[in-house]
Design a protein around this ligand. Structure first.
Ligand code: BGC
Length: 562
């Protein structure tokens, strides 16, 4: 068998005269259940494309680059938060849920983005952040100004402290970003007063979801965006909205024990309510949960028929056959049992990028990577695993989420100096953890342009590394062996071969470090071993690295027509 280049994808129409959209919400739904097999592309607006040159990506930038996503073959985009926000957690701290932050543009820019995406048959999902608001949200400002036990404070979780004079936090919960999950306020008379709960940064106070006002407000927010044509929501921290009564201390006895702010049964009533609301709208609007609940069988509760449509599977972030197989089997079994599709994901804006991560153990990369980290693999050594993982993931039935830049094989940016860091994790751990900036660096479009085409000038809110020149999209477009062309081919073949609608059957006869399964007429192999593996008979449809002498080299995946 000879080496073979990835198959060139079908060309997509240029912008300009666009055909009538299939996504017009006023029409019937030609793509009923579209979300069951959708390839959904996560856009991190700060870092995707900057139309006005201020160094921060914006909605007009997204609109201007939708043609590239249409060519990639995706079905929908998920926009990370673009709402009014002081940006203490990159927009996951929302001060006004029904407006666009001037950093990103205006509501008119949002409308233009949705119209252009729909004209290109791309649906639009946006992040919704219901666990907490920004401390600059008018409700929280009113709560600070009001007295303990007031209706204003009852929208959040204010409590008296413990110990003498209430000087200790009300319980022992820790913030996900480091430090205690409680901050004490200064009351109107200047004395130290109550504490408020924040599972994340102190600028992100948690709502009290036992308060009916909070429910009403989020129903209003959902309708606001659905009325503007949004196709759904990725629900941030969906599992933590409801806390255990009495907010008890938590000392886990093992890693898998769920804390008292995660996965409480009452949280499901909220999503049933939202599902009914979404179902009033035409066009199959969807809810996607971020709910890292363990074990996976419990996570399936989030996607029962009357709740959310999808919840992310565990991130496919190790290049090791046994845990990968467990993760795949676990997800298929758990989600099949409730009739939901799996939502595969190999990266997002919170984790080290696969083109670096897959050479490291979780312990080596948890908390992020930076200039003082040792043992970071060279790019050319680590990229093959990311390409192999992409082909493995895109061969699995269900829906797939891609994170911007994954299709370019971008590595984690580790050389960001401390002085340029932005992630609250870095500050709350006093630099002990680098945090997530390394996967959020503005992405490269044109190798020879200032800011690699991210914006019209040099400005970029995080410094871009020199390797962006080599990995820019324009370079990859013309290189048949590029990671971009591998993704294009895999996304297109995934649909034409029916892998997205299929079912997998594991194949015997391969070494344990090789993942081997059949999906319809396609045999999929991913070699996580250090040995070459002979290929079965059949036509090679696509491979993550050149195939020679009829063997699959280590760190390579292949699709074969059986
Ligand atoms: C988001 C993070 C964010 C956090 C708090 C998440 O899980 O993905 O980026 O920092 O929620 O909103």
């Amino acid at each position: 068998m000879t080496s073979r280049s990835p198959i060139a994808p079908a060309s997509a129409p240029e912008s300009g005269d666009l055909p009538a959209s299939r996504l017009d919400p006023s029409t019937a739904t030609p793509n009923a259940d579209w979300w069951r097999t959708a390839t959904i592309y996560q856009i991190y607006p700060r870092s995707f494309a900057d139309a006005n040159g201020d160094g921060m990506g914006d909605l007009a930038g997204v609109t201007s680059r939708l043609g590239a996503l249409q060519e990639l073959g995706i079905d929908a985009i998920w926009l990370s938060p673009f709402y009014t926000s002081p940006q203490r957690d990159a927009g996951y701290d929302v001060a006004d849920y029904c407006d666009v932050d001037p950093l990103f543009g205006t509501l008119a820019d949002f409308d233009a983005l949705v119209a252009e995406a729909h004209a290109r048959d791309i649906r639009v999902i946006a992040d919704l952040v219901p666990n907490h608001s920004s401390s600059e949200h008018p409700w929280f400002q009113a709560a600070l100004a009001a007295a303990p036990d007031s209706p204003e404070r009852a929208r959040y979780l204010f409590r008296e402290g413990r110990g003498e004079g209430g000087s200790e936090p009300p319980n022992n919960w820790r913030s996900h970003f480091g430090g205690p999950a409680w901050t004490r306020v200064v009351e109107a008379d200047g004395t130290l007063g109550q504490w408020y709960l924040h599972l994340f940064d102190s600028s992100q106070p948690d709502f009290d979801w036992t308060n009916e006002e909070v429910h009403d407000e989020f129903r209003r927010i959902l309708r606001f965006w659905l009325d503007r044509g949004l196709d759904g929501f990725r629900v941030d921290v969906a599992s933590s909205l409801v806390k255990a009564e009495g907010l008890p201390d938590f000392t886990p006895s093992d890693d898998d024990e769920m804390p008292p702010y995660d996965g409480r049964p009452a949280v499901h009533d909220i999503f049933r309510d939202w599902r009914r609301l979404l179902d009033e709208y035409p066009g199959e609007r969807i809810l996607v949960a971020e709910a890292w609940i363990k074990p996976l069988v419990r996570r399936a509760d989030w996607v029962r028929p009357d709740e959310m449509h999808q919840t992310f599977n565990d991130v496919l972030d190790v290049w090791d056959a046994a845990p990968l197989r467990d993760s795949i089997d676990g997800a298929l079994t758990a989600f099949d049992a409730v009739g939901a599709p799996t939502a595969w994901v190999a990266s997002n804006h919170d984790g080290v990028r696969p083109a670096t991560a897959l050479m490291l153990t979780r312990a080596e990369r948890d908390g992020g990577l930076g200039p003082r980290t040792t043992g970071i693999p060279a790019y050319d050594v680590s990229l093959p695993r990311a390409r192999g993982m992409a082909m493995l993931m895109l061969a699995l039935p269900g829906s797939v989420y891609l994170y911007q830049g994954e299709e370019l094989g971008l590595p984690e940016v580790t050389e960001i100096p401390d002085s340029a860091r932005q992630d609250p994790t870095f500050f709350r751990t006093e630099g002990e953890q680098y945090g997530r900036d390394g996967c959020r660096v503005p992405i490269p479009w044109e190798s020879a342009a200032p800011s690699y085409g991210f914006g019209p000038g040099d400005a970029s809110w995080l410094p871009q590394p020199a390797i962006w020149r080599r990995l820019a999209r324009d370079r990859q477009e013309t290189d048949p062996e590029s990671t971009l062309n591998l993704y294009r081919a895999a996304i297109s073949l995934r649909r034409s071969l029916g892998l997205d609608r299929g079912a997998i059957e594991w194949l015997d006869g391969y070494p344990p470090e090789v993942l081997a399964f059949r999906n319809g007429d396609t045999i999929v192999l991913a070699n996580t071993s250090t040995e070459e593996v002979p290929l079965p008979t059949g036509e090679v449809l696509l491979a993550s690295a050149p195939i020679e002498h009829n063997v699959l080299t280590p760190d390579t995946a292949v699709w074969i027509h059986a």
